[in-house]
Write a protein that binds this ligand. Sequence first.
Ligand code: ADP
Ligand code: MG
Length: 269
Amino acid sequence: MSDPTRPPSPKIIAVANQKGGVGKTTTTINLGAALASKGCRVLIIDLDPQGNASTGLGIETEDREFTTYELLLEDIDLGRVIQPTKTEGLSIVPATVDLSSADIELISNEKRSFLLYDALRQHAMDSYAYDFILIDCPPSLNLLTVNAMVAAHSVLVPLQSEFFALEGLSQLMLTIREVRQTANKALRIEGVVLTMYDARNNLSQQVEADARSNLGELVFDTVIPRNVRVSEAPSYAVSVLDYDPNSKGARAYLQLAQELLSKNIRAVA
Ligand code: ADP
Ligand code: MG
């Protein structure tokens, strides 16, 4: 790609952590919007049957005729399941609760771990219209999350600044290692981002110190503060950048996008 400010298209990142409520969906939406605001073309793939990313970006349930389910299980082309959002440069493949049966339906399918990989590569023209594809994973290390890790170049791990935050990480790292050994040798860890950070709270500081001493450079310098504007934005069906661009949350996600971009440019150079 001739534009040096952009990574080669598309960089595919799975946003994963098997704990629920740690900020996966919030990070997917707002990092996606922040990258879009910097001129990147971003596609979000909602891989969670709860469909929170879809709802948070204003895709009503009745408008989800073609979803991740059809993409994975019915061989419908990527181009047909993508929908634009109100944010320029940000599109989404929505999800519905239908996706919750995918795990069981796929058990006897030989290619069960490669469905998303195939969907993104078979129709390369559709996916190569993007600079970044962010996959919002479900709160589990199930077959859907494995599909995301097989399809992705890297995994971005939101870590809630809470007691026990680091406990689930070893299991997540084990799954990443298994995927590397079996299906995706090149899978990297993009980084760990601390979310819902409260600078006045000793616990947040403790979790940050533990994360940095255990994980070193894997932890992003940027931390995402706990910010009420971040939690309000989804009910207005937009990212926090559109909802309140001057909020602490919006500024933190812009900074995270910048850090991600500079890491990736370094990796390419
Ligand atoms: P996950 O996708 O990992 O289950 P979510 O992104 O849905 O987690 O976040 C869980 C809850 O925490 C949501 O209600 C969300 O609005 C809230 N939340 C996430 N990040 C922040 C933040 N930085 N500040 C305030 N609330 C947040
Ligand atoms: Mg979620």
